[in-house]
Ligand binder design. Structure first.
Ligand SMILES: NC(=O)c1ccc[n+]([C@@H]2O[C@H](COP(=O)([O-])OP(=O)(O)OC[C@H]3O[C@@H](n4cnc5c(N)ncnc54)[C@H](OP(=O)(O)O)[C@@H]3O)[C@@H](O)[C@H]2O)c1
Length: 258
């Protein structure tokens, strides 16, 4: 989808952070957006900012852990705009715990939002995108879906799961006209990690940089995008020698501190 003019894109986790920045970036590229998250007031405020850019925005309060909510989101978007061209599965929560203290409940909460939330969006949108033989799906995972950082096991497990799901999805949809991009951000300056201090080597980037990467991924049908560029060094170390990557995590305190 090189030309996003008058396209309709659903973005989850759009009440702030990367999702809000993505909504504005898609609007600047000419698209209309359906915005989903739980906080209705914050969503309406983002919708107003999108409309100020001259594009339409529909706010749909949604809990992505509930499949019925996600089904209603897709139905309302198609009803309101008369079409659906793409989805960005971006809603997420950062849940950390050393594995020795891990409770199944924490793991399930992470999987519910970070994995199943994305899966539900794909399952609900896919029949429509396949029927029109055109569209794009973006899964926002994390560098934690390429190299796990302690003590992030609940988050890492869910992000690896979503990344693997996206890898298969892209291959299964080859030749259907529906593209799939998986986006792996490093540290991003959003409320999600406001309390986390990070070393300069993995400095937080603005959410707008990730939003631009998401829009470009759709326009260029990119399979995978790692932002910022230097985050790839850790990924390459992990592919080449996992213990070297483990060492880099320890040496540079890449897990951050509070
Ligand atoms: N910040 C980073 O350093 C970083 C790095 C790599 C990847 N990411 C990923 O980027 C995505 C966006 O994160 P962010 O940094 O923009 O975080 P954020 O500012 O905390 O935003 C998270 C968004 O997800 C929504 N959300 C959470 N639970 C939800 C639920 N059950 N149903 C619907 N929406 C829900 C929140 O809205 P409500 O509270 O209104 O529901 C909010 O809009 C996430 O998938 C995150 O894992 C972030």
């Amino acid at each position: 989808m090189k030309d996003l003019h008058d396209r309709v894109i659903i973005i989850t986790g759009a009440s702030g952070g990367i999702g809000e920045a993505a909504a504005r970036a898609f609007a600047r590229a000419g698209a209309h957006v359906a915005l989903a998250a739980r906080r209705a007031g914050a969503l309406e405020a983002v919708a107003a900012r999108v409309r100020a850019l001259g594009r339409e925005a529909l706010a749909v309060p949604t809990d992505v852990t509930r499949r019925a909510d996600v089904a209603a989101l897709v139905a309302r978007t198609r009803e309101h705009f008369g079409r659906l061209d793409g989805v960005v599965a971006n809603a997420g929560v950062y849940l950390r715990s050393p594995i020795r203290d891990l409770t199944p409940d924490l793991l399930e909460r992470s999987l519910a939002v970070n994995f199943y939330g994305g899966v539900y969006l794909v399952l609900e949108a896919l029949p429509h995108l396949l029927a029109q033989r055109e569209g794009h799906i973006v899964l926002v995972t994390s560098m934690d879906g390429k190299k796990g950082l302690p003590p992030d096991a609940p988050y890492v497990a869910a992000k690896f799961a979503l990344s693997g799901f996206g890898d298969v999805l892209r291959q299964e949809l080859h030749g259907t006209g529906v593209g799939v991009s998986t986006v792996f951000p490093g540290r991003v300056d959003t409320p999600m990690i406001a309390d986390l201090k990070v070393p300069r080597i993995s400095a937080k980037i603005p959410p707008e940089a990730v939003a631009q990467a998401i829009v470009r991924a759709v326009q260029r049908n990119r399979a995978e995008v790692i932002v910022p560029f230097q985050a790839r060094l850790l990924y390459w170390a992990q592919c080449f020698a996992p213990r070297l990557a483990d060492w880099a995590v320890r040496a540079f305190r890449l897990q951050g501190w509070v």
